[in-house]
Design a protein around this ligand. Structure first.
Ligand code: PRX
Length: 631
């Protein structure tokens, strides 16, 4: 493939070219895709307005590039291999031809049910092939998909439906997750009680859980598919037409809808996929993420399919029915590239070597890590016990907003270093700044990570609120995109991500805004005020520690804590449940009324030997009480 980098010097050369002349660089890559009409301008941007446009004037459909383009050469190649939750159930393999038919068919279902270009469609589904078919079907007809992770609660789902005024929801009767069956259709029904925009719900039959089908609104997926054929002419999209919205947490307010558009996202996800993972044409690639997150979008569905790869989807969890499930799947399908999150690695490491022993794992060539900093111990365990010392680890740093991998080794080409994301991909210009926005040049520096030139798959706006996009990403350091992450550039010029510098906690690789969790806690009628911070957690990376002031009157402390945890679970979802709740008599506040989180973080980290300057506190006496009650 023309854009596949084959060795380290080629990487350095590509990087130089991408900086010296970005337009020529990206144009050369773009030329390999199928366009209905070519562009008039490669890039146009003004960060002060969060204005970024790539390949203006061009027309295309991303599914023609992910599917139709491969039919002649790769039609019979497996596109998606699906492994169910239960190892005794048969898996499904869809070739490019079959996937193309299913996507066209589903596009016709959408059209039949009144979906038009620009309409928003929510996907709230388990990890089944229909989830990918749904995404691609939307893209085929020009509808904007917004996948909501199926672990979110009905109220979180309703917030997202209402924010983007979705017309349709795609879901299933239930989800298999380990030993559990989750009644997701019920969650959708509850959410829709407070959503006016949705007029159709399509339900995939998966668990045969009994569901209530509301007349005039709810339809079975298989019945609708039975009414259409599989001939579908893809909608012609403009380069900057919206492809999808994905909600993610920030340091303030409700989750925001990160918007990605068509052409730039397409080019960058394919380019980064083939280079980071060094995918070869007969490889079997497996990313264990859920399509509810950006990793699932870019590196289960779009990137691999655009590159003509075989991509796996796994419905289940790493520990069901046993802690060797991942490794069993690797052997069963002879997986070559395996991409997962540090939290999964740490969780499996905790089971010891025994679950790995029955498996050879000799098909593996590349291991990947994403979502949070990978600690050195987990890196070495992964390298030694899973990669058998021979597989390079690509520690890929990126974000929902970046659309694709930004800083990462290229597998087997870039020399790796534990816990370091190493070097930027071609076209990516990281810059480290201090608190005032001054650039920290050279090696051995530490500061805030920004990117000071656009790349094709970057965020275009936050849905329905462009000012929020400007304020969140482009105002802290004018002229740059601010990532919210701290970073170190070491003596080798390698980047090491240090974690978030804002009020965002990274729990098991999932982003949680502290304000969002606090708002949920505050919904409990007995809660007066709360403050949430992150603390180091052995498996999850970070845990959620909640300090809560309560009216204790008629409840025991233990009951109250339980109720608080279940309130958060109900309002956001189980992933946001606090790991620790401490009932406190007060919160340390400055004279201007601001909570001094620094102190709360230190207490949560059990590091109270030096709390720094507390003289500006309005209520210094409360600190000692908090330390005494700490968990
Ligand atoms: O803090 C960084 C962390 O995850 C954040 C992005 O989260 P999200 O948008 O949910 O996307 C996760 C999947 C791309 C980043 O701001 N993060 C992601 N990858 C890494 C990481 N931290 C350290 N090392 C990584 N490889």
């Amino acid at each position: 493939m023309l854009t596949k980098i084959e060795n380290l010097s080629e990487y350095f050369l590509s990087y130089e070219k991408s900086i010296a002349n970005p337009e020529t660089f990206w144009e050369r890559i773009a030329n390999q895709f199928f366009w209905r009409k070519k562009w008039t301008k490669v890039v146009d941007f003004d960060f002060s307005r969060a204005h970024v446009r790539w390949f203006e004037g061009a027309q295309l459909n991303i599914t023609e590039n992910a599917l139709d383009r491969h039919l002649y050469t790769l039609g019979d190649k497996p596109a998606i291999i699906w492994e169910p939750n239960d190892p005794n159930e048969l898996g499904i393999t869809l070739t490019y031809k079959q996937l193309h038919e299913k996507v066209c068919e589903f596009a016709n279902v959408l059209i039949n049910n009144g979906i038009e270009k620009g309409d928003r469609v929510i996907i709230y589904m388990p990890m089944i092939p229909e989830a990918a078919i749904a995404m691609l079907g939307c893209a085929r007809v020009g509808a904007v998909h917004s996948v909501v992770f199926a672990g979110f609660s009905s109220s979180a789902l309703a917030d997202r439906i209402n924010d983007c005024e979705a017309k349709m929801v795609l879901t299933s009767d239930g989800n298999f997750r380990g030993a559990k069956v989750i009644p997701v259709k019920e969650v959708v029904d509850e959410a829709l009680e407070s959503c006016k925009s949705v007029d159709t719900v399509l339900v995939v039959e998966r668990t045969k859980t009994e569901v209530i089908m509301e007349k005039g609104r709810d339809l079975w997926w298989h019945e609708e598919v039975g009414k259409v054929d599989f001939v579908n002419k893809a909608e012609v999209m403009e380069s900057e037409d919206m492809l999808f919205i994905l909600y993610t947490s920030g340091s303030t307010g409700k989750p925001k809808g990160v918007v990605h558009t068509t052409a730039g996202y397409m080019i960058y996800t394919q380019y980064s996929f083939q280079n980071v993972f060094q995918y070869n044409s007969d490889d079997i690639y497996w990313c264990t993420a859920d399509v509810g997150w950006i990793t699932g979008h870019s590196y289960i569905v779009y990137g691999p399919l655009l590159a003509g790869a075989t991509t796996m989807m796994f419905e289940g969890v790493p520990t069901y029915p046993h802690a060797g499930r991942f490794w069993e799947i690797v052997d069963k399908y002879q997986v070559n590239q395996f991409y997962t999150a540090p939290t999964a690695i740490r969780a499996l490491e905790a089971f010891g070597q025994e679950p790995i022993e029955p498996y050879k794992l000799d098909s593996l060539k590349v291991l990947g890590s994403v979502g949070e900093p990978i600690n050195e111990e987990a890196w070495h365990w992964y390298h030694t016990h899973i990669g058998k010392g021979k597989c390079p680890i690509v520690d890929t740093w990126w974000q929902t907003e970046t659309g694709g991998i930004m800083i990462s080794p290229l597998a087997g080409l870039t020399p790796t270093k534990p816990a370091h994301a190493t070097l930027p991909l071609p076209g990516i210009r990281p810059i480290i700044v201090d608190g005032e926005g001054n650039e920290l040049k050279g090696k051995g520096v530490e500061g805030n990570l920004c990117i000071n030139f656009p790349w094709p798959s970057m965020i275009r706006t936050t849905y329905g609120d462009h000012d929020r996009c400007i304020n969140t990403y482009f105002s802290t350091y004018p002229g740059m995109y601010f990532t919210g992450d701290g970073v170190k550039r070491d003596e080798d010029g390698y980047y090491r991500i240090l974690g978030r510098v804002d009020d965002v906690i990274n729990v098991s690789g999932h982003r949680m805004g502290t304000a969002e969790v606090e708002n949920a806690i505050n919904e409990h009628p007995k809660v007066i005020e709360s403050a949430v911070v992150g603390y180091p957690h052995e498996i999850k990376g970070q845990g959620i520690y909640a300090y809560v002031i309560c009216d204790m009157e008629d409840r025991s402390e233990a009951n109250l804590k339980k109720e608080i945890v279940s309130t958060v679970s109900k309002i956001i979802g189980p992933i946001a449940k606090p790991d620790k709740v401490q009932i406190v008599p007060g919160l340390p506040k400055t004279r201007s009324g601001k909570i001094m989180r620094r102190i709360l973080r230190k207490v949560a980290e059990k590091d109270t030997s030096n709390l720094g300057d507390t003289s500006t506190l309005l209520n210094p006496e409360v600190v000692e009480k908090i330390i005494q009650g700490a968990q």
